[in-house]
Design a protein around this ligand. Structure first.
Ligand code: NAP
Length: 642
C-alpha cells in the first residue's frame, strides 16, 4: 500500500488526503470501534440517510458535517498509526457499544440484526455452528450439483464441519455464472463488499463493483485457501437423481468426461442457481439467421465484432452491460428494446477504489466489515419500503406514494441524461412501476452509448428473425451480421434438465410443472434429503445480495444435515403443510410488491403467473427463518422405520 502514498508528504498530510477519499460514516464507526472512542460517532454527525429512495453520497451528511467528521477521522487514524491506542475493537466484548455503533450507522437496531452483525464482524463464527460432527459424518456424503457461488459456499462450510462431499460441475472449472457469463462489460451490480461471503470477507477489492473476472478470482481464492479442489469433479454433468427410501440416499447418473457413471450420496444439494438455462426469445425465425447468433451467457470470446453490424435483443441487466462495452468496436449497433429498464444512478460504478479509501481499508481494523454492513443496510434493505403496493393507489406507473417518489427521483435522473435527445427521452422512460423488475446500475454509459452515431434504439417491436437480419412490425428489415440475444434465463425451469425422482417415483419436473415451490426455497415434500440453494422464492429484486440468501440457506442445510447425522435419521421429508403455509405467505406478500403486479411480466414469474422466484420480505426475515430446523416441518424417518 505504500505505493499509493505520494512521496514527501507528512503523515498528517497523507492521512488527510486518504480521509478525503473515504466513505465517512463507516470510517467513523470503524475508528470509534478500534479506538474505543465514541466521540467519533456523536449524534450530530449521524448519517441522516437511512431508508431513502436513492442513497446520497456519504449517507447524506452535510458538507459541514463531513468537514467536522473528516477532521476527527484524521486525528483518529493518526492515533491508530501511532499505535498508542487500543486496536482490538471495543465492540467485540461490549454489546452496548456494538449497539451504539450500529445505531449510529443505520438507526434501526433490533435484536436479530445485532446477531447478524456479530456474524458480519466475525465475532460469531459461521463455521462454529453447528459444531462439527466428527467421526459420525464418515459415512454421510453430500453431493453438490454446481460449483458456482452457492456450491462453493456449501462446500466451504461442509469442509469446516468435517462432512464428506463432492461437487459435480458440468463445466471444466468452478465459478458458475461468473465462468459462463464472459460477455464484454460483465461486472457486479451488487457492491462487491456486500457480494462476498460474510465468512470470507476481504479488504482487497479493487473496485466497489468488480468485473466478472475479479469475482471469479475471489471464488478461486476460496477454493485455494480451503483446498476445495480435490472435492470437485469437473466436466461432470448430472443427468438424473433418484431417491432410495430404503437407504435414505440419492443415486445420481452422471456423464463425466463423456463417460456414464453413478454417484451416491445421503444428501443432495442443488446449487445450479436460477440463471443457468439461457432463454432464447419466442420470436419466429430464431435459429434461421444466416450470420452469427449468440446468447449473452454463451458468449464466444473468439468472435471479433470489429466492423460488424450487430443487433442486441433485450435491454435487461446483461444487455445493459454488453451494449456500452461493444458499441465503439462495431460498425452499427441496433438495440431492440421491448421494455425500457429502470436505472439506478451509481456513483463510481466503473471506477477503481479511490487510493485513500483502499489504504484506509488496510489500516483501520474492520473498516471493510462496517462498510459492508452499511452498504447492506442502506443500499439493500433500505429500498424495500419503496416497492410496497398500496391497494388504494390508482396512478399508473407506480404502486404507492413511496413508489411514486422513487419513480420521480429515478425519472429525473434519466431525463437529466437525455435533455439533448428528446427523440430518445420518450423511449427510455419506463411505463411500469420502479422495482417491478431489477433496476440496473447506471454509471452513465447507457445514455452515452445510445446517443452514439452508430447506435440505434428500436422500440417498434420485432416481427421475425430473417436469414439476413431482423424484421420489425413496421415492415422494415434491419440487416445485420451478428445477433446477440440478451433475453435472459428460464429461471422457473432451471432444474428441468436433471431427471429428479423422489418418493414413490415422483418426478420433480412433473411435480413442479414449471412452477417451482420449495419450503424456505430449500426443501420439497416427497424429495427427502434434497436441498436447493438460490432456490425458488429466494431471488431479490431491489434489496439484496444473492450471497446473503445463499449463506442463510447454507446455514439451514448444514443444521438439517448435522441433525440427521447426529440423530441417525434416515431422511427428513418436508411436510406438504409446511410448504403450503410458506407458499401462501410468500404469495400474498409478493402480491403486495411492485414485482407482483399483474401487468408486468418478468422472469420472476412462472408460466402460471405466480411469483415463483422472488423473496418478498427483508433479508433479516429470511435470516431469522433459516436459523433453526423445526422438525415439526418434517416427517422424520429414523434408521429402523418411521
Ligand atoms: P432479463 O433481465 O430477463 O432481460 C431480458 C431482456 O430481453 C428484457 O429486456 C426482455 O424484455 C427482453 N426480451 C425477452 N424476450 C424478448 C422477446 N421475445 N422480444 C424482445 N425482447 C425480449 O435477462 P438478463 O439481462 O440476462 O438478466 C437476468 C438476471 O440476471 C437479472 O435480472 C439479474 O438478476 C442477473 N444479472 C446480473 C448481472 C450482474 O450482477 N451484473 C448481470 C446480468 C444479469 P421485457 O423486459 O419486455 O421482457
Amino acid at each position: 500500500m505504500t505505493g499509493i502514498r505520494p512521496p514527501g508528504l507528512t503523515d498528517r498530510e497523507w492521512v488527510t488526503r486518504a480521509v478525503a477519499d473515504a466513505e465517512i460514516p463507516a470510517l467513523m464507526v470503524a475508528l470509534a470501534d478500534a479506538l474505543g472512542d465514541d466521540s467519533m460517532v456523536p449524534d450530530d454527525l449521524r448519517p441522516p440517510n437511512r431508508k431513502v429512495a436513492l442513497p446520497e453520497a456519504q449517507g447524506g451528511l452535510s458538507q459541514q458535517q463531513q468537514t467536522i467528521a473528516r477532521g476527527r477521522a484524521v486525528d483518529g487514524v493518526l492515533r491508530l498509526l501511532a499505535g498508542d491506542d487500543r486496536v482490538a475493537p471495543k465492540s467485540k466484548g461490549d454489546k452496548g457499544f456494538r449497539r451504539r455503533l450500529m445505531d449510529y450507522l443505520i438507526g434501526d437496531v433490533d435484536g436479530s440484526l445485532l446477531k447478524l452483525l456479530d456474524r458480519e464482524l466475525g465475532y460469531e463464527s459461521a463455521e462454529a455452528e453447528p459444531a462439527a460432527v466428527g467421526a459420525l459424518a464418515e459415512d454421510f456424503t453430500v453431493a453438490i450439483i454446481g460449483g458456482g457461488m452457492s456450491g462453493i459456499a456449501m462446500a466451504y462450510r461442509l469442509k469446516r464441519a468435517g462432512i464428506p462431499f463432492v461437487i459435480l460441475e458440468k463445466n471444466h472449472d468452478m465459478g458458475g455464472t461468473w465462468l459462463e457469463n464472459v460477455y464484454p462489460g460483465v461486472r457486479l451490480d451488487t457492491n462487491n463488499f456486500a457480494y462476498g461471503f460474510s465468512f470470507a470477507q476481504t479488504k482487497d477489492w479493487t473496485h466497489q463493483f468488480s468485473e466478472g473476472s475479479t469475482i471469479l478470482e475471489y471464488f478461486r481464492s476460496l477454493c485455494d485457501s480451503e483446498n476445495l479442489w480435490p472435492h470437485f469433479r469437473f466436466s461432470t454433468r448430472v443427468d438424473a437423481a433418484t431417491f432410495d427410501a430404503t437407504t435414505g440416499s440419492w443415486t445420481l447418473e452422471v456423464t463425466s468426461d463423456g463417460v456414464a457413471d453413478t454417484v451416491t450420496a445421503r444428501a443432495l444439494v442443488s446449487a445450479v442457481g436460477q440463471l443457468n438455462l439461457p432463454k432464447l426469445p419466442d420470436i419466429v425465425g430464431v435459429g434461421e439467421f444466416s450470420g452469427l447468433e449468440m446468447h449473452s451467457a454463451r458468449w464466444d470470446p473468439n468472435v471479433d465484432l470489429v466492423g460488424q453490424r450487430v443487433a442486441v435483443i433485450g435491454t435487461g441487466a446483461s444487455a445493459y452491460q454488453v451494449v456500452p462495452a461493444i458499441a465503439a468496436d462495431v460498425e452499427q449497433l441496433h438495440v431492440f428494446q421491448r421494455t425500457a429498464p429502470w436505472i439506478m444512478p451509481t456513483r463510481g460504478y466503473y471506477e477503481p477504489l479511490k487510493p485513500g479509501f483502499a489504504w484506509l481499508l488496510q489500516v483501520v481494523p474492520n473498516y471493510e466489515r462496517w462498510f459492508r454492513f452499511w452498504q447492506f443496510w442502506t443500499a439493500t434493505e433500505g429500498r424495500l419500503p419503496y416497492v410496497g403496493v398500496d391497494p388504494e393507489w390508482k396512478e399508473p406507473g407506480s404502486v404507492s406514494a413511496a413508489n411514486r417518489e422513487l419513480r420521480e427521483v429515478l425519472e429525473s435522473r434519466i431525463r437529466e441524461q437525455f435533455t439533448d435527445r428528446e427523440d430518445l427521452m420518450a423511449q427510455v422512460i419506463p411505463d411500469y412501476p420502479p422495482g417491478a423488475k431489477r433496476m440496473l446500475r447506471d454509471g452513465g454509459a447507457w445514455s452515452t452509448t445510445l446517443k452514439r452515431d452508430n447506435v440505434g434504439l428500436h422500440t417498434e417491436g420485432i416481427r421475425s428473425i430473417e436469414p439476413t437480419g431482423i424484421s420489425t412490425v413496421d415492415g422494415s428489415l434491419i440487416e445485420v451480421d451478428v445477433i446477440i440475444y440478451c433475453t435472459g434465463f428460464q429461471a422457473a425451469n432451471s432444474l428441468d434438465p436433471i431427471r429428479i425422482t423422489g418418493l414413490e417415483g415422483l418426478s420433480l419436473k412433473e411435480h413442479w410443472s414449471g412452477d417451482p415451490r420449495a419450503y424456505l426455497g430449500i426443501t420439497i415434500p416427497h424429495f427427502p434429503n434434497l436441498y436447493c440453494l438460490y432456490g425458488p422464492n429466494t431471488n431479490l429484486v431491489v434489496n439484496g445480495s444473492a450471497t446473503f440468501m445463499t449463506e442463510a440457506a447454507v446455514d439451514y442445510i448444514l443444521a438439517s444435515i448435522t441433525t440427521m447425522i447426529r440423530e441417525g435419521y434416515r431422511y427428513l421429508d418436508c411436510t406438504p403443510e409446511a410448504l403450503e403455509r410458506f407458499i401462501a405467505d410468500v404469495d400474498s406478500a409478493n402480491a403486495e410488491r411492485a414485482w407482483g403486479v399483474e401487468s408486468v411480466t418478468s422472469w420472476y414469474k412462472s408460466s402460471s403467473g405466480r411469483v415463483s422466484q422472488v423473496w418478498p420480505y427483508d433479508l433479516t426475515t429470511y435470516w431469522n427463518l433459516t436459523r433453526d430446523v423445526d422438525l415439526d416441518d418434517y416427517t422424520v424417518v429414523v434408521e429402523n422405520g418411521t
